[in-house]
Ligand binder design. Sequence first.
Ligand code: SD4
Length: 344
Amino acid sequence: MDRRKFLENSSLGATGILAVSALASCNTGSDKSGTAGTMAGEADKTAEAGEAIAGPIALCTWNFGKASEAAWEVLNAGGSSLDAAEAGVRVEESNPENMTVGLGGRPDRDGHVTLDACIMDSDGNCGAVMALEGFEHPVSVARKVMEETPHVILVGEGAAQFAREQGFDTRELLTEAAREEYEEWKKTSDYKPVINIENHDTIGMLTRDSAGNIAGACTTSGLAYKMRGRVGDSPVIGAGLYVDNEVGGATATGMGEEVVRTVGSFLIVELMRQGLSPQAACEEGVRRILAKNKGRQDFQIGFIALNKQGQTGSYCIHPGFSYRLYDANGHRNVPSASFIQPES
Ligand code: SD4
């Protein structure tokens, strides 16, 4: 199959997968990690665009209660935004039920679980690993790349070698559940992504600590049954995640190829620098992607953003995306406004 043909096929398949499963899995508003539901007595709210939250804040893509709670605990104990972002996303990396991140992630079309992650601190330092195999916590390896090497990105076997040298334990990441799905997929797939298999649970986390410093992290196993070696937006600084401590941060979930094409998270931070609220900046980020697609809307993208003042925002193409927000007032799932309106 030539490259163009494959991309057409995978774009068709995977975009449908993302859009359909986003609708299927998220309209319930359920807490994906099974903990920390909406605060008693507090209804879920739509985007709190105007409110400036004081003090520490943690927010993450999707309704990951345990992850945002882990980040909040670090912040509440006076920890740094960087430690909080890492601690938060590690929860989902270890969650075998999340089949889009870390342990239990769906494999590529050749059966390998390959992980992508990045992390960025409030001084503009960043680190990333791409197509890392055999390590449960790519975000922590990415942090080591940031802190222990003169580089920003390590990929594949080089990243794995570095992780071993840094003392990270290796482990099998393909769970029985993921293996069974993969075996099923192989029967009919002809090695193309298939609609309705991919879940859409990449975690991007933004944190602000009590000193007001912002950091972020993003981690994923990428698209299910992707081409071997495929990397999406999540570990690409500027695309899946960007932080500028003067302005704020943004992170993405969804069809990574589209986020990379517009360097989505960087775009949103720059729009906030020019004065847009996080909400307005996320909306413009989604519109920019749609404009490049000339009417094609059969894929999902979700952005979240946080500015220095403590305002948050989010926007997505299809209804069903939400983010989990944790601050001194507690935690809640915040449904995102969408470009395409929910059917009434
Ligand atoms: C990727 N952005 O690899 C990721 C996919 C994703 O939940 O967000 N899945 O393109």
